[in-house]
Every structure is written in structure tokens, then in C-alpha cells.
Design a binder for this molecule. Sequence first.
Ligand SMILES: [Zn+2]
Length: 171
Amino acid sequence: MTPPPAADTPKAFSPPPASDEQWMRVALEQARSAAGLGEVPVGAVLTAGDELIATAGNSPIGLCDPTAHAEILVLRRAAGRIGNYRLTGTTLYVTLEPCLMCMGAMIHARVDRLVFGAFDPKTGAALSRYRVGSDGRLNHDIEITAGILEDECSALLRDFFRLRRDCGRSA
Ligand SMILES: [Zn+2]
């Protein structure tokens, strides 16, 4: 039996899968921009496969909006861009472990996967304080990867708060 001829169709262009570290570096840039605007430096990125859908930095002060966390803004932008309030098949990268509000929003959006950098032992709702989205108590579970570029992500926050304390002292 002769084997069928090799398919002559050109391969669809598929970039190599970007690593979690690469996307976390994009989130870190967003966090640094937020710090430059006087916001607590947290940045988020939403991807679908290897595609960047949206980015956002933490902005509650600038937007005068207590819900303007980086994760909420990136979900809003992504949903607007895609034209769908369900963001199935996406991964959300964020430099700091999300709070309760943001975990809730990610569940509403049906985000598949969460990747975060620094742990937040006080208010982290993904693994530290609560395990929203991975304790099997809700209708949607989120796959969680933690500690990606953790040192860089937490150093950014530490430096920001140290600087703010020092400024407060000299004021
Ligand atoms: Zn939050």
C-alpha cells in the first residue's frame, strides 16, 4: 500500500506558546505604570491562547472607583473587545493574588485559568485567605498557578509602600 502523499498545505502560523513568565512581565509593566500614577502597583493581562486580549493597571484612585482593580478593568476591556461577557478559554495574569471581589468577577466571567505573582496573605482570595474558585463550592472552577515572578511582583509592592511611608514621615 502506498502512503498518501504528504499534505502540501502550508502550516497555519502558530507562534510558540508564550510562557507564564512572559505574560507576567507584561502585567508587571502595567503595575509599574500604575505606580507612576500613584496607584498601588498591581497589573493584569488577559490572554486567550497565545493572544493578548487586554491589559490594565490598578486605578481606584485615578478613576475614583473602589472596584477599579486591575483584574476588574482587564475583564471589562476584554469583554468589550471580544463582544462577550463570558471569557471562556482565557487566562488572567495578575501581579498580586486577587481579592474576593476580583475572584468573584473572574467566576462570573468564566475565566479558565488564573496566574498570579505575589501572594497576599491578608486579603488574597485565591489561595491565601480564601480559596474562591478552587474549593469546589461554586459552579465554576478556576485553575490556579501561583508564584510566577513572585520576587519581582512583591518587590514592586514593597518598594512602593516603603516609599510612601518614607514620604509620609518627611511630610
Ligand atoms: Zn481585587
